[in-house]
Design a protein around this ligand. Sequence first.
Ligand code: FAD
Length: 279
Amino acid sequence: MIPPIASKFVAGESPASALEHAAAQNRDGVKVILNLLGEHYDDPANAAADTKAYRSLVRDIAASDLDACISVKPSQIGLHIGDGEFRSNYRSIVEVADEEGVFVWCDMEDADTTDITLDTFEELAHEFEGGIGQCVQSNLKRTNDDLERLADVPGKIRLVKGAYDESPDISYKQKSKVNEVYRADLETLFDSYEGEIAVGSHDPEMIEYAEELSSEYDRPFEVQMLMGVREDAQRDLAAEGREVWQYAPYGDKWLSYFYRRIRERKENVLFAARAVLGI
Ligand code: FAD
């Protein structure tokens, strides 16, 4: 059972609790992206088990009235075992999602995986005529070129700043530089991406800039934020008519995810300390 302190960031351990969480968010106008926690599998049995779990989750979402979709991690569905394993597991999830009308996102992991992840997105998005979306990271120096290459790929692109600590040869390290590049990547998306745009950021300045571009280009976009982060803003944006999706992880591997959320921000450390001390 997940302790109350972690349940701010994690939607329970079971698919049923994740779906319950999605229903509660939907009542506030916020749509939900469900992610089964798990990554870096070297054993094909683990990748197969999570692939099966996602296929089942897709059917559960389709059988409900929920505004929900899923997001998978490449290393969770076989990338560390081999490109072929990843491709075939991903395809088997997208096949059922396509039949059931449920959208599938793919997270972006460390920079060694960018090529195969983007190649697979391109291949499956053309084959299934959209229905899938790919995350890209502005901290990577290559991303603006990638966006130009992906311009005519159907589906959606989620732009994030990037969570992985990459080498300075291939990535921007300074926060201000990443912000500058994030804005430039947003411009590229609004200017030339033919699919739909998702702003995966809690940063009010990035969301405001996307609003400006949205008016200038007369194109919509969606905002995506993590469960437990700026949830008031998620509800407020949704109430103002913006499409908002909350990324909500669930599953029994919640501990390391919870630590990551706690470590990344001083306020979260204080929140955790207060919860433990009961003050
Ligand atoms: P930051 O630069 O961290 O913060 C900017 C400003 O945002 C802050 O000054 C503050 O005003 C506000 N803010 C940020 N966090 C908080 C908080 N906890 N509470 C209150 N205000 C806050 N990364 C990947 O590498 N691959 C992925 O696949 C991926 N998927 C993601 C999916 C979603 C939906 C989201 C939201 C993020 C994802 N990320 C992913 C993580 C992302 O790369 C960033 O590490 C993370 O979002 C932090 O960057 P930021 O844009 O939110 O703003």
